[in-house]
Ligand binder design. Structure first.
Ligand code: GAL
Length: 831
């Protein structure tokens, strides 16, 4: 068990009335749901998410694993796998849509025999791993038609990521295997398909092994695609657009690869049409070559954009390059590459410079799961999560510790959030290099990515195996440079940055140990430094005491042994010019790695916001010092029945000059706010109100009040958007609160609720941000936790309206309801 710093605070239980303002959701609403990959005819990219059949197999008993592994014959001859042929009885299998994470559907398990097997705990007490064979293998099956006219095209299965060990079978044939949980994989199915008939695809997904030490989900938790291309087509992730700025002109180095699966050479022309965000063509280029039969050829050209609109967090301007390959004047294949024009460089004495100007990285590290849905995030939820982080002034995210989903990168490109993009496996073996290559090739056109990371905290490679660490890192860094000469490379190192892994890095990444960068900088003044991982502060939303019996951490200054409060780490990274800034661990709470407590904690408490995205008080430290607008946040709440006459610590985060605190109308004095700090008082509790008044230049600028509320009498539902797309994918996030008779949110309400969703939507998950809550994420019911709960509702493909209702199980609260419209939307082309 990790020890945490505790302060002897008087308060117990309870909550802060922290709610997202409507501004929190700005930017989440309007971005179209199409992922960045857009195609040009005749290429088709069909979403392969809908109507899968699913069943659990078994990790050790072939009889319960659809006969897989029974006898030796199935791999011996091609085409023998009966479960992947028409006629196999899957009538008992459940129907579902992807993305799907079965781990989040499982009950929480306390298994005292699992000591020594850290998997259960790492996965937030979800029974995955070799000890739980019944729930660690999932089978996905789909029957689909392929038109006779598709004969001669290349038909490829593409999956953006699945957890973890995936075997793919089509029409009885074994096709291939993928053995990691984060990199996309693809298989050319063309030879195995029945043209003009029924086809069967089966994926056996085995989550018995983990890739990390945190919750990773299980199953096909990202999108699946079926791509159809002409025999002459562009190579996968080979189209690159590399802008460089010379004065007022951006020169674009354009490149791609054309593959020719025909028996004749192809005299091919590649053309590039560059458009600005308004769709206006700003440049064109072309290149011609003969591509050998059954071969490939590289194509390149250059183009220029006069007076380009640069990409930055303030103005995330994007351009597109439509890349088309044609032969004999006829388009054979094409794709649209989204890119931005910007420069991004880390320097030893200036930190980080975007477009030539110093910009401090105000970053957060994040895992990829959310309340209710685990790792299977609908695209709209990715955008929602990013908008929450942006709301607190976060301008960069680190994809700790794995290759991200395309929609997370796309959301960053569009919203203007920078990204430190990290691969999972730090290893120069074939698997490690394949993961690294997939990441760089897939995302190298994205302007949000400012730095690659080849790994995180490789204890041995930094120390006892430093000699190998030097070599492994050098091989990986060199490959990064080959695939992407425009970006620098780092690794997140906790320990010695002067040997092993760090040797060949362009940018030195420090995890924790805030006393170390100063000495390092003195000894190595020529090496750029970033805080790849910092803070590890912990807090429980709405709690103000650290209580190991209740597994709560106070919201004032909770932090793990090796960590720092937001105030402490930012006072270090925010005040040294040569430091690029850093990435706090973590933006969102995440399942698994329960810290600082074990069972019944099923998640970490590192988040600046909880698993639903509801802000904890630390959020407002960042709003004060990461955003420019005047800000003021007063806490705790003022519902302390039973504590009358006792002292309560009252804190204010603000970027104003001075703050005055009033308790029940009486001033406790005005205090100057230290730069990058906070102010605090001890106030004697009596029901009523506390009020903070913030001054700038002697003028009253902001006030905030916390009032003692009455008991909860009603429920209120608030949606992040009033209308969503009727495309079967979009989601609305509904916040549920309890109100007192005067309509004030009750920060201590913990009522048990039930939900009902009717009309053109379905409930896909619920949460409340409580790290110790063992209630199901999938049932239409949830307790409020310190005043809040979240319902996630997905549209169907019918336009109309969704009615979402909530009631208290004991019938004591007036039910709440709201209606969300679903607007007719063209669903993405799908299988
Ligand atoms: C770091 C690690 C993270 C997380 C964190 C908790 O050492 O990189 O993944 O475990 O500690 O503080």
């Amino acid at each position: 068990m990790v020890e945490i710093t505790r302060r002897d605070l008087v308060a117990t239980g309870a909550a802060a009335p922290v709610v997202l303002s409507s501004a929190s959701f700005a930017g989440a609403a309007t971005v179209p749901s199409a992922a960045a990959e857009t195609t040009v005819a005749p290429r088709e990219r069909l979403l392969f998410d809908f109507g899968w059949k699913f069943a659990f197999g078994h990790g050790s008993d072939p009889a319960k694993d659809f006969g897989f592994g029974m006898g030796q014959g199935d791999f011996a001859k091609t085409g023998e796998f009966a479960f992947a042929k028409p006629g196999f009885d899957d009538s008992a299998w459940r129907v579902l849509d992807l993305p799907h994470d079965w781990a989040v559907e499982l009950p929480f398990v306390k298994d005292d025999d699992a000591k020594g097997d850290s998997q259960l705990r790492s996965h937030g007490y979800k029974p995955l791993g070799r000890r739980y064979p019944e729930t660690s293998v999932g089978w996905y099956r789909h029957e689909f038609d392929i038109a006779a006219a598709d004969l001669g095209r290349r038909i490829t299965l593409e999956c953006d990521g699945a957890f973890r060990d995936v075997l793919v079978f089509v029409n009885g044939c074994f096709i291939g295997r993928n053995t990691n949980g984060y990199a996309p994989f693809r298989f050319d199915l063309s030879d195995f398909l029945v043209y003009g008939g029924k086809n069967v695809i089966v994926l056996r997904v085995d989550a018995s092994f983990g890739d990390g030490w945190f919750y990773e989900g299980a199953g096909v938790y990202r999108h699946m695609w079926l791509t159809k291309t002409d025999a002459v087509h562009l190579g996968r992730w080979e189209s690159t657009v590399r802008p460089s700025l010379n004065g007022n002109t951006a020169t674009l180095a354009l490149a791609t690869v054309v593959q020719n699966r025909d028996r004749q050479p192809a005299a091919a022309k590649v053309s590039w049409v560059i458009r600005d965000a308004a769709g206006k063509t700003v440049a064109t280029a072309q290149s011609e070559h003969t591509v050998p039969a059954d071969g490939a050829a590289e194509f390149g050209a250059s183009a220029a954009i006069a007076d380009p609109q640069l990409w930055s967090p303030d103005a995330p301007n994007l351009y597109t390059a439509t890349v088309t390959v044609s032969t004999g004047g006829k388009a054979r294949d094409g794709e649209v590459v989204t890119f931005g024009v910007r420069t991004a460089v880390f320097e030893a004495d200036k930190g980080f410079l975007l477009n030539g100007k110093v910009l401090k990285i105000q970053g957060t590290c994040n895992h990829q799961d959310h309340a209710g849905v685990g790792a299977a995030l609908p695209d709209a939820l990715q955008r929602f999560r990013l908008s929450v982080l942006q709301e607190m002034g976060c301008n960069a995210v680190r994809t700790s510790h794995n290759m991200p989903a395309p929609e997370w990168v796309e959301a960053c490109d569009r919203a203007g959030v920078m990204m430190l993009c990290e691969t999972r496996l730090m290893n120069s073996n074939p698997e490690g290099m394949a993961q690294l290559e997939a990441m760089i090739k897939r995302y190298r056109n994205s302007p949000s990515i400012i730095l690659w990371s080849i790994g995180n905290e490789e204890w041995l490679l930094q120390d006892k195996m430093a000699e190998q660490g030097v070599k492994i890192a050098a091989t990986m860094v060199q490959r990064c440079h080959e695939l992407d000469p425009t970006r620098q490379v780092t690794a997140a190192v906790n320990g010695d940055n002067e040997k092993g892994v760090s040797d060949s890095l362009d940018v030195i990444g420090f995890n924790y140990g805030e006393d170390r960068p100063d000495g390092f900088h003195k000894r190595h003044p020529q090496r750029p430094v970033v805080g790849s991982e910092t803070s590890s502060a912990v807090s429980t939303r709405g709690e103000y005491t650290s209580d190991p019996k209740r597994n709560t951490v106070n919201s004032y200054d909770g932090v793990v042994q090796w960590g720092k409060t937001p105030e402490a780490w930012w006072n270090f990274y925010g005040t040294r010019d040569w430091l690029a800034g850093g990435f706090a661990w973590t933006g969102f709470d995440y399942r698994g790695e329960p810290t600082p407590y074990g069972w019944p904690s099923i998640s970490s408490q590192f988040g600046i916001v909880d698993m639903c995205g509801f802000p904890k008080d630390y959020f407002y430290y960042y709003t004060a010092w990461w955003r420019k607008e005047p800000s003021l946040h007063l806490f705790p709440h003022w519902n302390w029945a039973g504590k009358e006459g006792q002292e309560i610590s009252v804190w204010v985060y603000s970027n104003l000059d001075a703050v005055e605190l009033l308790v029940n109308g009486k001033s406790l004095g005005r205090q100057d706010v230290p730069r990058l700090g906070h102010v605090q008082w001890k106030a004697v509790y009596a029901p009523g109100a506390i009020e903070a008044r913030g001054y700038k230049g002697g003028k009253l600028v902001l006030t905030e009040k916390r009032e003692t509320t009455g008991p909860a009498v009603a429920l209120r539902l608030t949606a992040d958007r009033t209308a969503i797309a009727a495309d079967g994918e979009d989601v609305v996030l509904v916040k549920v609160e309890a109100l007192d008779a005067r309509g004030r949110a009750v920060p201590t309400a913990n009522d048990k609720l039930a939900f009902q969703v009717t009309g053109a939507g379905r409930l896909i998950g619920v949460g409340n941000g409580d790290p110790n809550c063992l209630e199901s994420d999938k049932q239409p019911a949830r307790s409020l936790f310190n005043g809040l709960a979240q319902i996630i509702v997905q549209s169907t493909k019918q336009s109309g309206s969704i009615r979402i209702g909530a009631l208290a199980l004991d019938g004591k609260l007036k039910p709440g309801a709201l209606v969300v419209r679903t607007k007719a939307a063209k669903p993405r082309p799908s299988v």
